[in-house]
Design a protein around this ligand. Structure first.
Ligand SMILES: C[S@@+](CC[C@H](N)C(=O)[O-])C[C@H]1O[C@@H](n2cnc3c(N)ncnc32)[C@H](O)[C@@H]1O
Length: 215
């Protein structure tokens, strides 16, 4: 299964509702990829197609960066758990000096490259798992919608707090997922984000852009 062919065949070029400035290869009602392909991918030992959706946390972060370009202008940014690359693309459009998108899913890496090209921006993709590293060479680290599974949320939160302790500005976009960390978060912005019925149980999710503090 060629990932590039798979991405294009199972998506359509769409704009995420909260971020109409950005076009992405996403699942639509006509391409019901989550249910249709989750099983197929699982059979091949591949993760679910997170990259085919603009998750509420990512949409909120992208909106925030586009509306507050001074936060990223000229700075180096890492978008962790980048999925479609929405937040990374928003950062590049807002004038970030350099943007790296971190994703452990190789299909997502292909989708991010396709989406970056679609929006005419440069994004470097990093597929190594960064959670065990202490590299704090970024000015800003963003993470959209990564608190949906306990073990992952626990690892990510510890890593983000470690980066914050080293002086990195850490922003987390979260629509009230079960494993959002308690405390040591400052609210920067709040949005009502239209979402897809295919992946959420409602049509909107109230979503917060949090600044993560070192505890
Ligand atoms: C719910 S999706 C959110 C995608 C995107 N940030 C958004 O908001 O639309 C979470 C993503 O985190 C990625 N992920 C999980 N563990 C990771 C890790 N250790 N390093 C990088 N990405 C990871 C998954 O592959 C998935 O694409």
């Amino acid at each position: 299964m060629d990932p590039g062919v798979f991405v294009r065949r199972n998506t359509a070029i769409t704009v995420p509702p909260l971020v109409p400035e950005i076009r992405l290869y996403l699942a639509t009602e006509a391409t019901p990829i989550w249910l249709a392909t989750e099983e197929t991918l699982a059979r091949n030992g591949l993760p679910p197609p997170f990259w085919a959706f603009a998750w509420a946390g990512g949409q909120a972060l992208a909106r925030y960066l586009l509306d507050h370009p001074a936060v990223v202008a000229g700075r180096s940014m890492l978008d962790f758990g980048a999925g479609s690359g929405l937040v990374a693309i928003a950062a590049a459009k807002a004038g970030a000096g350099s943007v790296v998108a971190a994703e452990i899913d190789n299909f997502a890496a292909v989708a991010i490259a396709a989406n970056a090209a679609l929006n005419d921006v440069e994004i470097a993709v990093q597929t190594a798992d960064l959670l065990d590293t202490v590299n704090s060479g970024w000015d800003i680290v963003t993470a959209g919608d990564v608190c949906y599974e306990r073990p992952m949320a626990h690892r990510v939160t510890g890593w983000l707090r470690m980066l914050a302790a080293r002086g990195v500005l850490v922003l987390l976009g979260d629509p009230g997922r079960a494993y959002l960390p308690d405390g040591a978060l400052i609210e920067r912005a709040r949005y009502v984000v239209p979402t897809s019925r295919e992946i959420e149980d409602g049509e909107y999710r109230e979503t917060v852009v949090w600044e993560v503090l070192p505890v």
